[in-house]
Write a new protein. Structure first.
Length: 143
């Protein structure tokens, strides 16, 4: 079982796409094991995107992701990281295939609707930034 950190970015929240995005992820079989809405402060956004701190778009990225609320989730499934990345589509919505979230709902490279961890290792540290262990509800109870 693998876990990934996903958040619905402020552009998707503003466009009313949260339900559609969550629905697509659930339809792929991913289980929500943690979820909350929050507005990131700059410190949290800078830590989350620390790997990009020397990129020319870093400040714009931090400003954007702190510009409004996000819904942040931990999703779980076999191969969750890869399945989520495939469901999201490529970083640049112009290059993302139809059928993917970014390919179908567009935007641009700075406003691309969704974050998903890019590796199991990064997923672990990203999850720890947003959630305490007791906020993650696992295992799923059979009923
Ligand atoms: P990812 O979200 O598909 O993993 P990353 O390369 O990790 O893409 O970049 C993180 C985020 O930074 C992207 O989702 C996007 O919001 C933003 N970003 C990436 N490249 C650019 C760029 O060239 N210009 C502006 N923003 C960018
Ligand atoms: Mg990334």
């Amino acid at each position: 079982m693998e876990r990934s950190l996903v958040f619905i970015k402020p552009d998707a929240m503003q466009r009313g796409l949260a339900g559609e995005i969550i629905s697509r992820l659930e339809s792929k079989g991913l289980k929500i094991v943690a979820m909350k809405m929050l507005r990131m402060d700059k410190a949290l956004a800078q830590r989350h995107y620390a790997v990009h701190k020397d990129k020319p778009f870093f400040n714009e990225l931090v400003d954007f992701v702190t510009s409004g609320p996000v819904i942040v989730m931990v999703l779980q499934d076999d191969d969750a990281v890869k399945v989520i990345r495939q469901t999201m589509g490529e970083t640049d919505p112009a290059k993302a295939l139809p059928g993917t979230i970014r390919g179908d709902f567009g935007g641009d490279v700075s406003h691309n609707l969704i974050h998903g961890s890019d590796s199991v290792e990064n997923a672990g540290s990203e999850i720890a930034l947003f959630f305490s262990a007791k906020e993650i509800v696992d295992p799923f109870i059979e009923f």
